[in-house]
Every structure is written in C-alpha cells, then in structure tokens.
Write a protein that binds this ligand. Structure first.
Ligand code: TYD
Length: 224
C-alpha cells in the first residue's frame, strides 16, 4: 500500500506545551511558500470521526476510561486518519504534517501507562498499513516549562467557557509526564535517522529555524 506513495510524511512529537503545534503551522506555511502542497493533520482527531473520538479521550469528565480503552481509541482515530486522510494525500504527492502519531502512543500509553511497547507496535501494524513517518521532529522541553505552558493554556480554555475541558491527559501526575519525556528521548536515541530532537526552550523563531534545517536536509535528500 505505502510503496505507491510519493509524498513525504513528517510528524511532530513532544510533551504537552512543547510548542510543537505552533511549529507545525509555521513549517506548513514555509513549505507552502516554497511551492509544496501540504496537508496538516493532528491526533487524536484529524477526521470528523476522529474529532468525535477525541472528545471521549480528552474530556476531563471521563475519569473512568481504562488504559486499554484509551489505547484502542487513540488507534481508532489513527486508523481513520490514515485511511481517510493521510494515505490519499501522500499518494497525491503532498507533504503530510501530523501533530502526533504512533510515537505518542508508544510513550504515553506504552510507557506512561505501562502497557508496553509491543502491544502498541502490534496495533500500529493493524491500523497504519505499514505507514511510518519519514521524519519525526521531537520538540523537547523540560517538565517545568511544559507544565507551566499547559496550565496557562488550559486556564485560557476554561475561561473561554468551552463546552468541556480537554485536560484529561494534561491532568496526569508530574511523574507520568516525566516518564513520557524520558521515553521520547530514548526513542529518539534509538532511531536517530528518523527522529530529530529540537530544543523547544528557545524563542519561536529559533525553534522554527531548527525545524526548517532538519526538514530541508530531508527534502534535499529526497530530491537530489
Ligand atoms: P492535545 O490537546 O492535542 O495536546 P497537545 O497540544 O499537547 O498535543 O491532546 C493530546 C493529548 O493526548 C496529549 O496529552 C497526548 C495524548 N496522546 C496520547 O496519550 N496518546 C496518543 O496516541 C496521542 C496521539 C495523544
């Protein structure tokens, strides 16, 4: 299935508040300026069905959601996104940018929740049809910065009087987020060709430049 694709699949990863979403939008704008066709997507979500599943996953009211249901719901979103959105765009030659993908599940559910990476990889084989990111940008920040940013954001969302508060994952204990960050860094160390770590503590413009450098290398490699 994926051998026929011509596009490039780039994912953004990082703990909550790392700034990866801002960076992904900036990269998309820069790629479009350079003449590329770009699809931006995100998980959990990305499709109309995925958005409905996202609500179950992130609603702070759903405290009783068990770890296995959580795992399967993240993959339900992903299976839908892969088939309905990502693979068709790649076949059309687009550059697809995704705010999170299977690496998130490896570190949050596999390590953070302790479900193990094997079960995550097995579900990935079922749901993703062999699709793997060509490049993953891990925007890394320390936990203190992450929590400060996430709390500020969630306060703003609550003040904006959203119908529900998307904080179920953010509300996890600090040691959960610490395990997740460590797992991300280990994953990056294990796959240096695919995963580039970008220091997310700098100002937005300098992080943007670091992201661009990593992508430019990859585009250069593909188009020589
Ligand atoms: P989101 O509001 O998109 O946060 P962020 O801007 O930090 O990406 O919420 C996504 C949350 O879901 C985030 O806490 C990470 C978590 N998550 C998982 O636990 N497993 C997954 O597979 C994915 C895609 C996300």
């Amino acid at each position: 299935m994926t051998e026929t694709r011509r596009g490039l699949f780039i994912t953004f990863e990082g703990i909550d508040g790392s700034g990866k979403t801002t960076q992904m939008h900036r990269l998309a704008a820069r790629l479009r300026e350079a003449g590329h066709e770009v699809l931006e997507t995100y998980e959990p979500g990305g499709t109309p069905i995925g958005v409905q599943v996202r609500r179950i996953l992130l609603d702070a009211a759903n405290q009783e959601l068990c770890a296995t249901s959580e795992l399967l719901l993240y993959f339900a979103c992903r299976a839908q996104n892969v088939v309905q959105s990502i693979l068709p765009a790649l076949r059309e030659g687009k550059i697809v940018l995704s705010d999170r993908f299977t690496d998130s599940t490896l570190v949050y559910q596999g390590v953070g929740r302790g479900l193990g990476t094997e079960v995550v990889l097995a579900l990935d084989r079922i749901c993703c049809q062999g699709l793997r990111p060509d490049l993953t940008l891990l925007v890394d920040i320390d936990l203190e910065t992450s929590l400060a940013r996430a709390h500020a954001r969630n306060r703003t969302l609550r003040q904006a009087d959203h119908a529900f508060s998307e904080t179920r994952m953010d509300d996890q204990a600090a040691d959960f987020h610490q395990r997740v960050r460590k797992a991300y860094l280990e994953l990056a160390a294990g796959e240096p060709q695919r995963v580039t770590v970008v220091d997310g503590r700098g100002d937005v413009a300098s992080v943007e430049q670091a992201v661009w450098n990593a992508v430019a290398v990859r585009l250069g490699k593909l188009h020589v």
